[in-house]
Ligand binder design. Sequence first.
Ligand code: ATP
Length: 475
Amino acid sequence: MERVSAHKEVDQIWNACLSVIQQHIPDQSFRTWFEPIRPLKLYGKVLTIQVPSQFFYEWLEDNYVNLLRKALDYAIGRDGLLEYSIIVDKGNEKHQPLTMNVSTPKSPNYSKPDNFATDPRMGSIIKLKDHDSMNLDTYLNPNYSFDNFIEGDCNRLARSAGFAVAQRPGLTSFNPLMMYGGVGLGKTHLVQAIGNYIMNHFDNKLVLYVSSEKFTNQFINSIKNNTLQDFTDFYMKVDVLAIDDVQFLSGKEKTQDTFFHIFNHLHQLGKQIIMTSDRPPRELVGLQDRLLSRFKWGLTADLQTPDFETRIAIIQKKIQSEGISIDYDVIEYVAHSVNSNVRELEGVIVSLMAQASLTRREIDVELAKNTLRNIVMNEDKEVTIDTIQEVIADYFQVTIADLKSKSRKKEVVYPRQLAMFLAKEYTELPLKSIGYHFGGRDHSTVIHSIQSINLLMDETPDVEETLQKLRSYFK
Ligand SMILES: Nc1ncnc2c1ncn2[C@@H]1O[C@H](COP(=O)(O)OP(=O)(O)OP(=O)(O)O)[C@@H](O)[C@H]1O
C-alpha cells in the first residue's frame, strides 16, 4: 500500500537527488535553482517539492528537466515521479501564500526516457493542470476568447488585427501589435483571446502573457537574486509575448532597457509581440524613444467606448451566458444609461440579476432604474438622468410624463429643455441616449434644447439663477 513517508525519509530522498544534481551544474546555478527548493512529502513514488514561484517552476521545467529525471532515477527509481507545489506570490495582499499542488499525469513519453533528452518540454515530468494554471497571472484565462468578444465600430480594427495575429503569429506585419484604450474597454480580453487562440491552434508555440507590473517585479527580483541572465533567457525563449499595460513601464529605465533587449531579440527571430496600453504611444511619457519607435513598427489599434448597438450586443451576450432572458426594453434602458465602459456595463447587469434574485422580482425597467440609482449613490458619482428629471419635475410642478411627452406647452417645454441641458452637463451620455430618456427624441432635438438654454442665458439672467438652484439639489 502506498503511504506518505516521514519527514526524514523525504529529506533523505531529496538529498540524494541534490547530490546527483550538484555534480552536473555550476555552484552558482545550484545555489540559485536548487537550494531554495523544499522537499515536502513522498507519497509512494511521488516526491513533492515546493518551489517559490511559477517563474521558478517554469525555469526548472525548461532547463533542468533531464537532470531532475536523472536525479529521480537515482534516488527513487525509474518510476519515480515529481510533483511541484508552487507558492503563488500574492504581492502585498495579506493572504496566506496559496500553495498549489500540481498533479502528475504520467506522460505518454514517460516509458521512453530518451524523449526527455531530445525534447525537454515534450517530456516534462509534470504538467500544470489547465484549471490550476488559470490562477496564475502569467497564464491565460480561458474565458477570454474571440467568440465572446463583441465586435463593433469601436474595436473593429483591434479585433481584426488581433485575429490575424492569432492565426499567423509572427508572420503578419502587425508585429508588434499595440492595442490601446481607456479602462474596461476590452484590452486584456482581446490580448488573452489572442493568446488562447494560439495555444489552442499551435501545439508547439510557447505563449506568455504577463502584466508589465509583474514583468517589472520579476526583473527587480532577478537583480536581487543575481539571476538577471536567467530572467532574460526565459523571456527570449517564448514564441508569443503578450505584455499588458506597458504604460506601467514609464520611468523605469532599467526595466525598459531589459525589455528593449528582449523585444529586439524576439522581433529579430520573428516572434510575435503584443502589447496593450491605456493611452496611445505618443502619450506614453517616460518611455524611452527607442522603445516608442519600435512600438510603431507594427500596428497600433485603439479601442473606443462602445456605441449603443455594441452595448446592446454586449448586454445580450452577457445575459445569454448567464442563461437568463431579459426584456428588450430593460436592455435598451441599460444600454442608454451606462456608456462609460464595458466593465461597468457588465457590473450593472450583474447587480441587476443579484437585485432580482434577492428581492424575488422580475427584471423590469423599474428594477433597472433602482439598481442604477443604487450603484450611482454607492459610488458617489454624478447624478443620473432619472434624478435630473425628478428634480426638474418637482421644481416646476410638472410630471415626468410631461417631460417625456410631445407637449409643446410653454410650461413643459422650458423645464424639458433645462432637464436636457443638465443631463448633458451631469452625465456622460451621448445626445442620442439623452433623447431616448426624453420620450425617444432624436439627438438634433437635444442639441436644439441645449442651444435654446444657452441663448436664453445670454438674454435673461434668471435662467442662470434657476440653473444654480437646480444644481444645488445635486450636491
Ligand atoms: N467587446 C467586448 N465584448 C465582450 N466583452 C467585453 C468587450 N470588451 C470588454 N469586455 C468585457 O469587459 C470587461 C473589462 O474588459 P478588460 O478587462 O479586457 O478591459 P481593459 O481594457 O483591459 O481594462 P483595464 O485597462 O482596466 O485593465 C471584461 O469582463 C471583458 O470580458
